[in-house]
Design a protein. Structure first.
Length: 168
């Protein structure tokens, strides 16, 4: 009987962990999208005020105090290739850690490619529309965190409890 109780506790704990992990991933995606919105807002400021190129902007953003792990990986990759290619490679490398979907990665990667292949006016237009689209994605992710985050935890705890009861 003691072994059954132990197994029940392990099953319940594992299911609770799964639910909490799923909820955490939703919040990580939200924070990642917020990071990229701020990143592109900074890019827009540097382009509009100083007319900087992407490589110059990357160097400035990399030296900021709140530079993230994304920036560190990007810095290493930029040494071996141009900024747009390095940005896309970095994005794919951190996709799972930042809990980004394939659509998120595709959209964010296309932004850098578009900005890199445009003149200043075109880059500003792309960055302005990106800010709007990223704000929409953030709001959608926020709603998903609120609704699906609770659902993940409740369902995983319920499934764990049912499985534990069946084992008894």
């Amino acid at each position: 009987m003691g072994l059954r109780l132990l197994c029940c506790a392990v099953i319940f704990s594992c299911s609770a962990f799964i639910g909490l992990e799923l909820r955490r991933r939703l919040y990580v995606r939200l924070r990642s999208l917020q990071f990229f919105r701020e990143y592109f807002r900074s890019m827009r400021s540097y382009v509009s005020h100083f007319g900087m190129t992407l490589d110059d902007i990357a160097n400035v953003l990399d030296k900021r105090e709140n530079a993230s792990a994304f920036s560190a990986i990007l810095r290493d990759k930029t040494q071996h290739s141009g900024f747009p290619l390095a940005f896309t490679d970095t994005l794919h490398a951190v996709k799972n850690a930042m809990s980004l979907s394939d659509e998120d990665v595709s959209y964010i990667g296309s932004l850098v490619t578009s900005v890199g292949s445009s003149d200043i006016d075109g880059a500003l237009e792309v960055l302005c529309s990106a800010d709007e689209r990223l704000s929409e994605l953030i709001e959608s992710a926020r709603r998903k965190c609120e609704s699906d985050g609770k659902l993940c935890v409740v369902l995983s705890l319920s499934c764990g409890a049912v499985a534990a009861l069946l084992l008894l």
